[in-house]
Design a protein around this ligand. Structure first.
Ligand SMILES: Nc1ncnc2c1ncn2[C@@H]1O[C@H](COP(=O)(O)OP(=O)(O)OP(=O)(O)O)[C@@H](O)[C@H]1O
Ligand SMILES: [Mg+2]
Length: 381
């Protein structure tokens, strides 16, 4: 037996430099736009790699002495808490303390008594009003103006990521969009990337009657091409003295539907599987075994999800799982799966989309979890 080895396939975490596959073009564009102070909208379905791409871009920007800030909108339970963290992170990034001190003091006086900070330690901690009745709306413009004020006074540039941006509407109805848009468009020295996981919601936010319409370039993140995955995956196994047969690799990529998260997840399991058996050569049956065990591990969850769906939704999912998304509206398929009229199918698909079971990619519906259709087929067999 060889010594256990570090598993090079990572999923569910933000990918760092070493394991980052492809995206050279996207990375270059994003870095350039953020350095230029653009407001970029990064869209893709879940788990395509937005957060990883942004984190790489911010890393590169820091090397160019651009101050960076990253916030995940969905992490905060209220508008107040989001504004507090926004202010804190921006102030921290603008440090060192000695440089921003005077300015922060001035800002603190303006918005008093709602802003507190610890001058002694230099640790910034912002605390706005307390209590569930506190309304931060009046102070929001001042908070969102911070990056602009600090960069102007401090002579540096800044890049800010607001991840899971579609969630911003959970705060304070729609008014936050307006305030944020008005503030960021004044900030020439500050690049923003607004990353969002539900393309439909994001598109709506960018539509003509909404504040962010035409606020900046849109970037739609594609899947990572199969060729880039092939090199990466085969290379990792080869370094470990294992051969992954071509057909096995193709089976892996197909099962994962080229969704970055799932490619990594299956490859990760395959790695562990090979380590356990010290398999020198991995073929399709090994990949199938790994996928079967992943599906088995998820079956309780799938079962629960299935129970919660309506008959119409189940039928629509079966139709996609068996016949593919392109055929879903065809008369044959609607008859075969008893889907009813096209308008009913449309409603079922829309509700499955908003439940994050399916999403759209290049105009076509697909399963966000590519193993779920396999489970559906196995169940119906
Ligand atoms: N460039 C990449 N190279 C290698 N793996 C990647 C890359 N991008 C994404 N992945 C894989 O996909 C997973 C999900 O990536 P990430 O969290 O960045 O996606 P996301 O679009 O932000 O997802 P979510 O919408 O759920 O927030 C990562 O943990 C990793 O396994
Ligand atoms: Mg993310």
């Amino acid at each position: 037996m060889t010594q256990p080895s570090h598993n090079p396939f990572v999923f569910g975490e933000i990918i760092d430099d070493a394991g980052f596959v492809d995206r050279t073009e996207e990375l270059r564009t994003l870095v350039r736009d953020l350095a230029d102070g653009q407001k970029v909208f990064l869209l893709s379905p879940r788990r395509f790699g937005k957060s990883s791409l942004v984190s790489m871009a911010l890393l590169k920007l820091r090397k160019r002495h651009i101050r960076t800030v990253s916030l995940t909108v969905s992490s905060y339970s209220s508008y107040t808490q989001f504004l507090e963290k926004f202010a804190e992170k921006v102030l921290r990034a603008a440090g060192p303390w000695s440089r921003v001190k005077d300015w922060v003091t001035k800002f603190g006086r303006q918005v008093k008594p709602e802003l507190n900070y610890n001058l002694a330690t230099g640790e910034v901690s912002v605390s706005l009003g307390r209590g569930s009745g506190y309304d931060p709306t009046p102070i929001a413009p001042d908070i969102f103006a911070l990056p602009g004020e600090l960069t102007k006074n401090g002579g540096f540039r800044m890049a800010i990521c607001l991840d899971e941006f579609q969630q911003i509407n959970e705060f304070n109805g729609g008014s936050v969009e307006n305030v944020l848009r008005n503030q960021v468009q004044e900030q020439r020295e500050v690049g923003y990337v607004f990353a969002g996981s539900q393309p439909a919601l994001m598109e709506e936010m960018l539509s003509s009657k909404r504040p962010f319409h035409k606020a900046g370039p849109r970037m739609f993140l594609d899947k990572i091409p199969a060729d880039d995955w092939r090199d990466f995956i085969v290379g990792q196994f080869r370094k470990r003295g294992r051969i992954l047969e071509h057909s096995a690799l193709e089976a892996l990529l197909k099962a994962a539907d080229l969704i970055p998260y799932d490619v990594q997840r299956i490859a990760h399991e395959l790695w562990d599987y090979a380590e356990l058996r010290d398999g020198r050569r991995l073929d399709t049956s090994d990949v199938q075994a790994v996928i079967a065990s992943l599906i088995a591990g998820q079956s309780t969850y799938y079962e629960l999800l299935w129970e919660q769906l309506s008959a119409r939704q189940r039928a629509a999912l079966q139709a996609i799982a068996y016949r593919g998304a392109a055929a879903i509206y065809s008369e044959n398929v609607r008859e075969e799966f008893r889907l009813g009229p096209a308008s009913t199918v449309q409603r079922a698909l829309a509700s499955l989309d908003s439940r994050d079971v399916i999403d759209r990619y290049k105009g076509q519906f697909f399963f966000l979890d590519p193993l779920f259709p396999q489970w559906i087929r196995a169940k119906g067999a």
